[in-house]
Write a protein that binds this ligand. Structure first.
Ligand SMILES: Cc1cc2nc3c(=O)[nH]c(=O)nc-3n(C[C@H](O)[C@H](O)[C@H](O)COP(=O)(O)OP(=O)(O)OC[C@H]3O[C@@H](n4cnc5c(N)ncnc54)[C@H](O)[C@@H]3O)c2cc1C
Length: 398
């Protein structure tokens, strides 16, 4: 990438931003500045998953924005491997607060992204304590066993003893969601560049110099949305790491059991999330819901996890498990306290964390991206102070 090409691809957004008056309102200059012959970006986002693209879309209304993604296409890693479930009663209080705050986006700009799915918790003999705990904490309603069997005819009514349901769970069309944010970014003149792995980051007088194999970018603010690689990016920038842990989770896809039409079945959960099964593309995806620590990597499923998932699922249903038609694994990356990490680093407020999405990255993205953008432009997000504190990178400052 040459200096000239960087200037060219930014011309469009620079013009849009100047027309909108964004520079004059936010920053102390009125035209984009050139640093060493390169246009100064306002926001450079590392990571082309749902976290990075949604944050970029929000920030692109406030300045010149670029997303760098290491892989050939967006959502190659965790964002391409999700179970695509929206459930507002799942996760820590701050996760639930983000999920609820994002509901209005799902009702408006993301209106076709969600479709009703339903949720059914199943209990075998001996699992009653965990079942009662889940019913309480996930705000489920216990329903008669035969009502559950009428929803999912393959339930094993001699083994399953109790069932509980809720109607809050929805499917997320994750591709559509990513594309909507990418289009918003593009409409605001922002840019996504794939095949651009960030290899080094330097602190400069004006912000950050970010190196990829073929060139260099200058930016005022650097947003770290690198998922499992979040701590590696911090290390490159000389910012203390959070202590993120990527956890592997695998998924097996089965053809529709017994040839049933599964499209209106709810997602099925074992108590304590010991396994789950969800209708998907005419079949069922089944997961052990395992959390196996892993280095950041292109994750793959381990046969033993797939086998255990299918064995657990089998205990609750009458149809014999068939050979999986495909399988995959992804990394769900958590901070030490399992809350997301959103906002400026306490050591340098031009380094913005947008990591720790764990198993909630899609349904939290609409609100999490707005939360990040609010903090970057100096607004206080509209959440209770304890939620802001639970999400703040300051909590890891030693
Ligand atoms: C099996 C499974 C089930 C899940 N189910 C759900 C669910 O039902 N609902 C839900 O909301 N969430 C779910 N999730 C979680 C959700 O998928 C994640 O929280 C979300 O995708 C994380 O997005 P991200 O953008 O942070 O990470 P990623 O999608 O991994 O994006 C990070 C990107 O950063 C890039 N990157 C890293 N280093 C560099 C570098 N040096 N230079 C440039 N780019 C770099 C990577 O290539 C990667 O593409 C699930 C996850 C898994 C694995």
């Amino acid at each position: 990438m040459s200096k000239v090409s960087t200037a060219n691809f930014l011309t469009k957004q620079s013009k849009i931003m100047m027309k909108k008056g964004a520079f004059s309102s936010l920053f102390s200059f009125t035209i984009p500045q050139l640093i060493h012959g390169l246009i100064m970006l306002d926001f450079l986002i590392i990571g082309g998953g749902i976290a990075g693209v949604s944050a970029a879309a929000r920030l692109s209304t406030h300045g010149v924005t670029l997303v760098l993604e290491a892989e050939e296409h967006l959502a190659y890693h965790t964002s391409g491997r999700s179970a695509a479930l929206y459930e507002t009663n799942y996760g820590s209080p701050s996760t639930i607060a983000l999920a609820k705050a994002g509901r209005s986006d799902f009702d408006k700009t993301l209106s076709d992204v969600l479709s009703p799915r339903g949720f059914l918790l199943l209990c075998l003999k001996g699992e009653e304590n965990q079942f009662d705990y889940d019913v309480k904490h996930m705000h489920l309603t216990e329903i008669p066993l035969m009502e559950a069997v009428s929803l999912v005819p393959i339930l094993n009514a001699t083994e399953v003893v109790r069932t509980a349901s809720s109607s809050t769970a929805h499917d997320i069309d994750t591709d559509m969601m990513l594309q909507i944010f990418a289009k918003q970014l593009s409409k605001n003149g922002g840019t996504i560049k794939t095949n651009q792995k960030v290899t080094a980051i330097e602190k400069t007088k004006h912000g950050w110099r970010v190196h990829v194999k073929t060139g260099t970018f200058e930016t005022r603010q650097l947003v770290n949305a690198a998922g499992a690689w979040g701590d590696e990016i911090a290390e490159m920038a000389g910012i203390p790491k959070i202590g993120l842990t990527p956890f592997r989770r695998s998924v097996a896809r089965l053809n529709a059991p017994g040839g049933h039409d599964v499209k209106n079945w709810p997602v099925l959960f074992g108590p304590g999330e010991r396994w789950y099964a969800k209708p998907d593309a005419g079949g069922l995806i089944v997961s052990l819901a395992e959390e196996t620590p892993s280095p950041p990597m292109d994750a793959w499923p381990h046969d033993i996890d797939l086998a255990e998932a299918l064995a657990r699922y089998q205990d609750y249903v009458t149809e014999e498990v068939t050979r999986p038609v495909s399988s995959w694994a992804g990394l769900r990356t958590f901070s030490p306290d399992r809350n997301l990490v959103l906002g400026p680093a306490p050591q340098d407020n031009s380094f913005i964390w947008c990591v720790g999405q764990g198993g909630y990255g899609f349904f939290t993205a609409p609100a999490a991206s707005r939360f990040v953008a609010d903090l970057v432009i100096g607004n206080t997000p509209e959440y209770p102070t304890e939620v802001i504190a639970e999400l703040s990178p300051d909590r890891f400052k030693s």
